[in-house]
Design a protein around this ligand. Structure first.
Ligand SMILES: CCCCCCCCCCCCC/C=C/[C@@H](O)[C@H](COP(=O)(O)O)NC(=O)CCCCCCCCCCCCCCC
Ligand SMILES: Nc1ncnc2c1ncn2[C@@H]1O[C@H](COP(=O)(O)OP(=O)(O)O)[C@@H](O)[C@H]1O
Ligand SMILES: [Ca+2]
Length: 556
């Protein structure tokens, strides 16, 4: 569609030629006003050409102009104001990129002389939008009113719902009444066929509930046994949107680049898709949990366990428990076995970052679906040896972290594993061995700076497809015999007593796993990565916003 001239109120007195094709809405300036300053003629405005991709238009509507009113269904001029020359107008709401991955919804209003032409523009743009089949029309929304600073409901009502209604996205909203409400509703009751996606308003824990509900439901519907660690899981059909309203919100931050409810709502409206790897966690052929961000034993497990008792402090509980856990300086003994991902592009220290349309994720996803590999755990793998493809490391660890994504968050803007990928079918296994407090602090501080947190001799990182952890006290009978000969039984018993009575100050023998912010009380676990099992309404981290704070969506 082509029409000229139209006038854009952002630039009053400027006349534009506006064109629309399947991809772009463009407006080019037709004339500029000249101004005489100190005897020289200057252009008052910079001539420009502006465009917005149709895929980033949120909505279009006819706009009332002051100088006219409706009478008997016809538009009429009411006064002789300057707007009388262009009494008809329509407004296009579209995505505008601000700084640091923030998106805003910005309005551009076009004025024209003819009411029919104006209506035609609105209708044509709406038709173009209706061709965008990736956009969700009907969403199921879960709000955790107690997440983060307990602002979930307000955030949704004030910042998100108005955008959804402007974009004609309808919703069924459920404000959760108790923990696991969303998970159980998704698992059993929700009429999933009615929806194009599920939105969760809350933190990582709330997101965890939603994926558990959706993944479990999908496997049950497809006859897949979740308890079998070797089963190939069936991908979920519904995309998930995250409106950040929790304490860390690392899944949102690492997939969008910012924790901002408006930005997330816009990614949902434009129908973005970002595949995500999911780790399944088992113990002795019993399914325990899924994880998409951090599985952390030792430091992060202890921080979480301690912070849960201080929920009343809000997000600050993590800082409090972080310092306390740091000072406590517990280490845990055990064996980590893992299957390195040797056949993939990328490595945890290659300094690359997973970005929108990531080639590494695409290529590795493709390789995996072609290969349909089958890896098995070798139970006889021995201490510090390579056995088959599996490697085994035994030791004393301050932290064992598996980061399936960078785990970037406002506390750590590059994350626990800055080069981890969202959808490459692997997780980065980070082993922090027992070291001094000062060395551990050096490692932690590097989460907040540009320095490489893995460049320390007590830290190692491996990109893996599967791993398992066995705490020392759970090790095989042979280990137990050896331990008894070394007089370990007394220590073991003592440790168990100390775990039950922490006041004695002895190091406990178990930690628990921090699984996307939920506590997993089991210590011995077996983990496998399921490549691209779920899809988010996100697009990963955009490399560089082309024009930051430009004031108009995009300059052609
Ligand atoms: C000295 C400064 C050290 C700063 C280290 C910051 C590391 C932050 C890494 C954060 C990783 C986040 C992984 C995501 C976990 C979330 O799934 C999960 C749940 O999120 P939700 O509440 O939104 O549901 N969040 C968490 O588990 C929170 C982890 C936060 C850990 C904070 C640790 C602070 C450590 C402070 C040590 C200070 C030592 C001071 C010495 C005097
Ligand atoms: N209505 C509710 N009442 C209490 N707990 C809830 C409710 N809805 C969800 N939860 C639980 O709250 C926990 C924390 O939620 P989350 O949204 O992640 O906030 P935060 O980031 O502050 O931890 C999750 O374990 C979730 O299962
Ligand atoms: Ca990954």
């Amino acid at each position: 569609m082509e029409e000229k001239p139209l006038r854009n109120t952002e630039h009053l007195r400027r006349v534009f030629e506006v064109t629309l094709n399947r991809v772009l809405l463009t407006w080019k300036e037709l004339q500029t006003k000249k101004k005489r300053v100190s005897g020289k003629i200057h252009n008052t405005f910079k001539a420009g050409s502006y465009s917005v991709p149709v895929s980033e238009i949120v909505a279009v509507r006819e706009t009332e102009v002051d100088s006219r009113t409706k009478d008997d269904g016809r538009w009429q001029k009411m006064s002789q104001k300057p707007s009388e020359a262009y009494p008809y107008a329509f407004t296009v709401s579209c995505v505008e990129r601000a700084s640091r991955h923030r998106w805003r919804c910005s309005d551009v209003t076009f004025h024209c002389t003819d009411g029919l032409v104006c209506q035609q523009w609105v209708q044509t743009i709406r038709e173009q939008l209706s061709l965008l089949t990736c956009r969700p029309k009907h969403l199921l929304v879960y709000i955790n009113p107690y997440g983060g600073k307990q602002q979930g409901k307000r955030i949704y009502e004030e910042k998100v719902a108005p955008l959804f209604s402007r974009a004609s996205v309808s919703t069924d909203v459920i404000v959760t009444e108790h923990a696991n409400h969303a998970r159980e509703h998704l698992k059993t009751e929700a009429e999933l066929k009615k929806y194009d996606g599920v939105v969760c308003v809350g933190g990582d824990g709330m997101f965890s509930e939603v994926i558990h509900g959706l993944i479990t439901r999908t496997q049950r519907d497809c006859g897949v046994d979740q308890d079998s660690a070797e089963e190939r899981l069936v991908p979920c059909g519904l995309r998930i949107g995250i409106i950040p309203a929790g304490s860390t919100d690392c899944i949102c931050y690492a997939t969008v680049g910012i924790n901002d409810p408006v930005t997330s709502a816009l990614h949902i409206i434009v129908g973005d898709s970002q595949p995500l790897d999911v780790c399944s966690v088992h113990h002795n052929n019993t399914f325990l949990k899924y994880s998409v961000s951090l599985l952390g034993y030792g430091f992060y497990g202890d921080v979480l366990a301690d912070s849960e008792r201080k929920r009343w402090m809000g997000p600050a509980r993590y800082d409090f428990s972080g310092v306390k856990t740091f000072l406590t300086h517990n280490y845990y003994e055990g064996t980590v076995s893992f299957l390195p991902a040797t056949d993939v592009l990328g490595s945890p220290r290659d300094k690359t970052v997973c970005t929108t349309g990531c080639y590494v994720c695409q290529r590795n996803g493709q390789l995996l679906s072609e290969a349909n590999q089958d890896y098995r755990v070798d139970e006889d793998a021995s201490d510090s040896e390579c056995d088959g493809d599996w490697r085994v490391i035994r030791g004393k660890f301050l932290a064992i972290n598996a980061a399936s994504m960078s785990c970037a968050c406002p506390r750590s803007p590059k994350g626990l594993s800055p080069s981890a990928h969202l959808a490459d079918g692997t997780t980065d296994l980070i082993l922090v061995r027992k070291c001094s407090r000062i060395n551990f602090l050096r490692h932690l501080l590097r989460h907040t700076s540009k320095d490489d947190q893995f460049d320390l001799d007590f830290v190692e990182v491996h990109r893996v497809r599967k791993f398992r952890f066995t705490p020392r006290h759970c090790e095989s009978d042979a280990d137990l015999q050896l331990d008894l000969r070394e007089g370990g039984a007394g220590k073991r018993l003592f440790s168990q007593i100390c775990r039950d009575h922490p006041a004695c100050g002895c190091t406990p023998i178990y930690s628990s796993w921090n699984c996307d912010g939920e506590i997993l009380p089991h210590a011995a676990i077996q983990v496998g990565v399921h490549s691209q099992l779920i899809q988010l309404f996100a697009r990963g981290i955009e490399e560089k916003p082309v024009f930051e704070d430009a004031g108009v969506p995009c300059v052609a």
